[in-house]
Design a protein around this ligand. Structure first.
Ligand code: OGA
Ligand code: MN
Length: 218
């Protein structure tokens, strides 16, 4: 994975999307992009996720840093499968290409110093969510931006699993449906919550870091 590729190598047709994300991040702290990839690309990422799930590759997620690693289903009910950046499955190469471009563009336009990322496939069984939390906190200060790419075909109101984003006073700013091929980017310090899903809920979650990732995953 390359960090800070030259801006000239970003395909022109991607620039408006990248600009929209930056504008919304500056204005509100979060951005929503629908139809990020081609429908077939999105579907093949979903198929890969389901394949890994069928192979029993997902593990219960935890909360807190490694030494205090806890599994508390009342706070967080998802299952995850980490992605190794050095060994990408072809189905997610296009998504990583987009992220590479996004990092280069963001570092230049917001004067950030994003250096690495960590990423996992995510699955919430019916009835599960993730209570209000931040992704960046004192013990884990290196997550700068959070990105969630949703993989739920035909999501309907009533299916649950929306992402709520809050301001500093914990006033709700927006409720976002986890629709197929929708990307949400938000500042990792913002409080957010995943509402319980009625249906199984699938996504790809990525954090952009201001330091190189340590080899030990949570
Ligand atoms: C997380 C998270 C949001 C979402 O994994 O930390 O908050 O919408 N995910 O899945
Ligand atoms: Mn989170």
């Amino acid at each position: 994975m390359k960090i800070n590729i030259p801006l000239e190598s970003i395909p022109c047709e991607q620039l408006p999307v990248l600009e929209k994300i930056i504008d919304e991040l500056v204005e509100k702290g979060f951005a929503i992009i629908d139809d990020l990839l081609l429908a077939e690309q999105s579907q093949s990422i979903k198929n890969r996720l389901l394949e890994l799930k069928a192979e029993d590759e997902f593990k219960k997620s935890g909360i807190g840093k490694a030494v205090l690693h806890q599994v508390d289903e009342t706070i967080r009910g998802d299952f995850i499968r980490w992605i190794e950046t050095d060994d990408l499955h072809p189905s997610i190469e296009c998504y990583y290409q987009f992220i590479e471009n996004f990092i280069a563009f963001t570092n230049r336009s917001l004067y950030l110093n994003l250096k690495d990322l960590e990423s996992h496939y995510t699955f919430y069984p019916p009835g599960k969510g993730y209570l209000k939390h931040r992704d960046r906190f004192r013990e884990k200060p290196h997550r700068v931006l959070s990105m969630v790419y949703y993989l739920n075909e035909n999501w309907q109101p009533g299916d649950g699993g929306e992402l709520d984003i809050f301001d500093q006073r914990i006033k709700k700013l927006q409720t976002i449906a986890p629709r197929m091929n929708r990307l949400v980017v938000f500042k990792s310090e913002m409080v957010h919550e995943v509402l319980p899903s009625v249906q199984s809920r699938y996504s790809l979650t990525t954090w952009l870091l201001d330091k190189e990732k340590e080899l030990s995953f949570l």
